[in-house]
Design a protein around this ligand. Structure first.
Ligand code: HSE
Length: 309
């Protein structure tokens, strides 16, 4: 095999979008992970983390390991693979840190081997990293990180992914407060069963969200983003959650929800200035409680993982 090397970017993402626990997610513009991947003759995997973000030293605990193994296994290939993690979203931020690296690894391997896998199989490989990080095979970060845009996971067995339209005037303000919420823990606190009254509200909202995205009805999208399944349990991890939501809605945001399993929170707006104002309010909310935070005000990206120079 001739030695080949590429650089790949995969975006951050927001999972769940309120009502779509484990079945909806969107890709964010500009924020994401960059990996450099090379393949050569041989058999093995080396990972170097040069991102400046602390990651486990043990390669068995790095999400790219199971992704690359899965890719090689299903394509029947063998190679010496070297990965340099050049840029990394902070783990535990709730904006798909593990998925961005997993998606970049899966997409990059597929490119290096001449694209033997289709998009859904690339997502399946990326889900191996998600499983290592969170103890579950969910694709609501991995699928948008690979494919871009807003993705509905209609089913997992088999994986059935639907790319939904992204309205033009769709801005997200995302705040990452420096609090640690471990995804495994945030999943484990959820009850195994959902009461019927909560399920009815939830599937009404999922239908409303999909309808809103197709019709470009931003008001409907905002109303439909309520979550009656995970948020009631998880909001306790986020200080002043209800107060923050009230302030953001007052400022003109259409919705505010936990991004994935948190602790990041995102607000949706149909104008950039409102999204910016929401971002400032979220930043001030956490700082006034002595918690540092980063804020991103971004559009949804229609582009997922991609090669970069
Ligand atoms: N759907 C997953 C969860 C996303 O909410 O646990 C994790 O980022």
């Amino acid at each position: 095999m001739k030695k080949k090397k590429i650089r790949v970017f995969a975006p951050a993402s927001i999972a769940n979008l309120g009502c779509g626990f484990d079945v909806m997610g969107l890709a964010l513009d500009e924020v994401g992970d960059i990996l450099e991947i090379s393949v050569d003759d041989g058999d093995g995997l080396e990972i170097r983390n040069e991102s400046g973000v602390p990651l486990p030293e043990d390669p068995e605990l790095n999400v790219v390991t199971p992704v690359i193994r899965k890719f090689l296994e299903i394509t029947g290939n063998k190679a010496m693979v070297r990965v340099r993690i050049c840029q990394k979203i902070y783990p535990g931020s709730g904006i798909g840190s593990s998925s961005a690296s997993s998606a970049a690894a899966a997409y990059g391997m597929n490119e290096l081997f001449g694209c033997p896998l289709g998009e859904e199989e690339v997502v399946l490989c990326a889900m191996e990293g998600e499983n290592l990080a969170s103890g579950g095979y969910h694709a609501d970060n991995a699928a948008p990180a690979v494919m871009g845009g807003i993705i509905l996971i209609r089913g997992y067995e088999p994986l059935d992914l639907v790319k939904l339209p992204v309205p033009g005037n769709f801005y997200c303000a995302v705040v990452h407060p420096h609090l640690t919420v471990n995804t495994k823990e945030a999943r484990n606190i959820l009850p195994r069963e959902v009461p019927m009254h909560a399920a009815i509200r939830q599937w009404g909202n999922v239908g409303g969200l999909v309808a809103g995205l197709y019709s470009g009805n931003i008001g409907l999208i905002g109303r439909a983003m309520e979550d009656h399944v995970a948020e009631p349990y998880r909001k306790a991890f986020i200080p002043g959650f209800d107060e923050l939501r009230a302030a953001l809605m007052q400022a003109g945001a259409l919705a505010m929800n936990i991004a994935g399993s948190g602790p990041s929170v995102f607000a949706l707006a149909d104008r950039q200035d409102i999204a910016q104002k929401a971002g400032n309010l979220m930043d001030a909310h956490f700082r006034s409680r002595g918690i540092d935070a980063e804020v991103y005000v971004v559009k949804v990206s229609n582009k997922g993982a991609k090669l970069i120079a």
